[in-house]
Design a protein around this ligand. Structure first.
Ligand SMILES: *Cc1c(COP(=O)(O)O)cnc(C)c1O
Ligand SMILES: [Zn+2]
Length: 443
């Protein structure tokens, strides 16, 4: 049973029945779903959740369709990982990582939004679904689309990371590579939505899609023992996720499932595409579109649909917006990997690098739990770290050669010249055994 009462324009307040439409006809403002929280409060108690499966659908009353047979029943409830080593390196006393790099089925937080959007698409009776994507959304729509029996059309910029292309096409979807950047792909997708009777998850189904992001917030609170954190650092592309984590915390407070607390929302972007954080820093009252140039492709949206609301939230919560250069984000990926054993994609590198800056600026650190949202998996963007993540040494299968490497590791830097006696070949291995840990290069 759905507890959604209507869709409501965020700008003029006009209410319309639930339908596949994202924009208010009166003022072109975004439509948002309105729930009946009193009815939800009567229908479910916090303690009921304990008996439900460990997936994002344990919060189904707070999601659009309310069904218990959704598309993507297994998505979500990813680990909230304590990160003491990274916390020490950054100077944060109580640090946690919300690890959507291991989300099911396609290793990013986008599995959440797609699960909700396709569940709703099925309810609306769409046979064909699609999206405009910076990569992760493409993977998620392709994988979940095929599982749910939809025909899928997926549009991406043609120069996306190879593994995001492969990780979409492998599911047999119709993958359309567009010569243009994401913002052009998105514009084309809006035209497609007007032309075909299809469910485009981040266009005409955007209001439902975005609700899926709330589940990351619900899980963070539940996994902290039904408490809200003091700070959250969220990577921003279109700016929806950060706002929906905030909405999730508000809903939980309203239901009395958590004690109210001031949560500071900090937004992270790549310096090469930072329209939202620039607006925050400059004190602008609007977000000015930019042309994206960054290796953080998943965040490369120059004209973010929810940028204005993200900026407002960051300001009103007492948080801040920061950005990280491509070099800083690669250091962030390595620092996270070297301290906590988590290999994140470029977006996670941005988040870690931005958290570092926020500590240096005295904005986060000692006053309660800090959560970093790690939203995607490093294996999809491995080429970004390929040049700095290489074997310590290459040897022949002989103990004495191995021993040289180990002995060298106790010194500072070694240059191992190994004579390959049996092959007659000389293998020259420049070994950088004790490569300076990123921890130190960053400090
Ligand atoms: C899409 C995406 C985001 C940002 O999501 P928005 O809701 O568009 O701000 C963050 N991280 C990753 C890995 C993503 O794919
Ligand atoms: Zn309106």
């Amino acid at each position: 049973m759905s507890f959604v009462r209507c869709m409501k324009c965020r700008e003029c307040g006009r209410e319309v029945p639930v339908r596949p439409q994202a924009i208010c006809e009166g003022c072109f403002g975004p439509l948002e779903l309105k729930y009946d929280y009193e009815a939800i409060g009567r229908a479910v108690r916090r303690s009921d959740l304990a008996n439900r499966p460990a997936s994002m659908w344990r919060y189904r009353e707070l999601l659009p369709t309310g069904t218990d047979r959704p598309v993507g029943e297994e998505v979500g409830f990813t680990p909230l990982v304590p990160a003491p080593r990274l916390g020490k390196a950054l100077g944060i006393r109580s640090l946690f990582l919300k690890n959507d790099a291991v989300n099911f089925p396609t290793l990013s937080f986008k599995d959440r939004v797609v699960s909700v959007a396709l569940t709703q698409a099925r309810e609306f009776g769409f046979k064909v679904v699609g999206c405009a994507s910076t990569g992760n959304l493409a993977n998620a729509v392709a994988a979940q689309g095929v599982r749910a029996g939809f025909e899928t059309y997926i549009l991406v910029p043609e120069d996306l990371e190879t593994l995001k292309i492969i990780g979409t096409a492998v599911f047999g979807s119709r993958l359309i590579a567009v010569r243009g950047d994401y913002d052009q792909v998105n514009r084309l997708c809006s035209e497609i939505a007007f032309t075909y009777d299809w469910g485009l998850v981040n266009v005409n189904l955007r209001a439902f899609y975005a609700e899926g992001s709330k589940t990351q917030g619900f899980e963070i609170a539940e996994q902290l023992g039904w408490k809200l954190p003091a700070h959250v650092v969220v990577p921003m592309a279109g700016g929806a996720l950060i706002g929906k984590v905030a909405k999730a915390f508000e809903e939980l407070s309203r239901l009395g499932w958590v004690d109210e607390r001031r949560v500071r929302f900090h937004g992270a972007q790549a310096s090469g595409c930072a329209p939202i954080t620039t607006a925050v820093k400059q004190g602008w009252d609007e977000v000015r579109p930019v042309r994206a140039h960054t290796i953080a492709r998943s965040l490369a949206i120059g004209n973010p649909a929810d940028g204005y609301y993200a900026m407002q939230l960051i300001r009103s919560s007492g948080g801040w917006g920061e950005d990280a250069t491509d070099e800083e984000l690669v250091d962030g990926i390595r620092l996270l990997a070297e301290t906590e054993g988590i290999f994140s994609e470029t977006a996670g590198g941005v988040t870690v690098a931005v958290a570092r800056k926020l500590v240096a600026q005295g904005r986060i650190g000692g006053d309660g739990p800090v959560v970093l949202c790690i939203t995607g998996n490093g294996l999809k963007t491995a080429e970004c770290v390929a040049s700095c993540a290489r074997p310590t040494a290459t040897i022949n299968p002989r103990l004495e050669e191995f021993r040289k490497v180990v002995d060298g590791a106790s010194g500072n830097e070694v240059e191992t010249e190994v004579e390959a006696a049996d092959s007659g070949r000389e293998i020259s291995t420049a070994t950088d055994v004790n490569a300076t840990p990123v921890r130190e290069t960053l400090a």
